[in-house]
Design a protein around this ligand. Structure first.
Ligand code: SAH
Length: 244
């Protein structure tokens, strides 16, 4: 069988680097992306009826995962990064075929001239990710009451509090006055998932962490259970598209 897969779309996401992306969809409800259909699939008929679904499955390529030889076991961050589990018992991006799947909320559909854009929320997908397929989420078949969640039975618990320095508050306000959405809820939801690698979460560290989000570099520190967003540093010459 000779099957060649061709991306049908590309994700324009708020996440500009891997660090800080939630580990599954829905954990950061305000994380937005536009999924743009690529020619020749950018036809309005191809999404006819899709707006009647509240959620979609996005099947995509982990295009930014370092390609190594595949290994039969991986170390999920959920197990502290030091216990091994079978690759097919995991949602790791290091798999023989680097295919990811995320069930995400569909906010709206934007069709204009030859552009078809799906506005998505609650994503865990990097900016620029090639999309292989889109399928509607079917609650009667896909939501399985009483299903066992293995080593990840529930969303990871968090006891972290997020606060903003006066400087970061001022920067959020200025950005909002320039016509952008309020960044505080998005940043708060992301940081409460504690993106630090397991090692940093274990040792108390005074270092500043940073992640590229939309058109800014978010910088924060952690002390005990408190995260302080120190500043949002604007990125010069931002040329990539951003979801709004
Ligand atoms: N829900 C998907 C993805 C889970 S892994 C699935 O279960 O298949 C989620 C992680 O994938 C994110 O934390 C992010 O770091 C990483 N990721 C997202 N998009 C990626 C891409 N295009 N290339 C490499 N890694 C990506």
């Amino acid at each position: 069988m000779d099957i060649r897969l061709k991306p049908i779309g590309v994700v324009h996401s708020c996440f500009k680097e891997k660090f800080g992306i939630p580990r599954q969809p829905g954990l950061v409800p305000d994380a937005r992306a536009d999924l743009e259909l690529l020619p020749p699939f950018n036809r309005q008929e191809a999404v006819r009826g899709i707006e009647a679904f509240s959620h979609l499955w996005i099947i995509f390529l982990f295009h930014a995962a370092a390609r190594e030889d595949w290994k039969p076991t991986v170390r999920p961050p959920r197990l502290g990064g030091n216990r091994r589990i079978g690759v097919f018992a995991s949602r790791s991006m290091f798999r023989p075929n680097p295919v990811g799947m995320s069930a995400v909320a569909l906010e709206s559909v934007d069709c204009s001239a030859d552009a078809v854009r799906l506005k998505l929320k609650g994503i865990d997908i990097l900016d620029g990710t090639p999309v292989l397929d889109i399928k509607p989420y079917l609650p009667y078949a896909d939501a399985i009451a009483g299903a066992a969640g293995g080593f990840a039975p529930d969303a990871p618990p968090t006891s972290l509090e997020v606060e903003f320095s006066p400087e970061a508050c001022r920067q959020c306000r200025e950005r909002q006055q320039a016509g952008h959405r309020d960044l505080k809820p998005l940043i708060t939801q992301i940081l409460r998932t504690d993106p630090r690698p397991a090692y940093h979460a274990r040792v108390s560290s005074q270092r500043t962490f940073g992640m590229k989000l939309l058109d800014v570099d978010v910088q924060w520190r952690v002390a005990g259970n408190k995260i302080t967003v120190e500043a949002l540093v604007p990125k010069p010459n931002q040329s990539t598209q951003n979801p709004d």
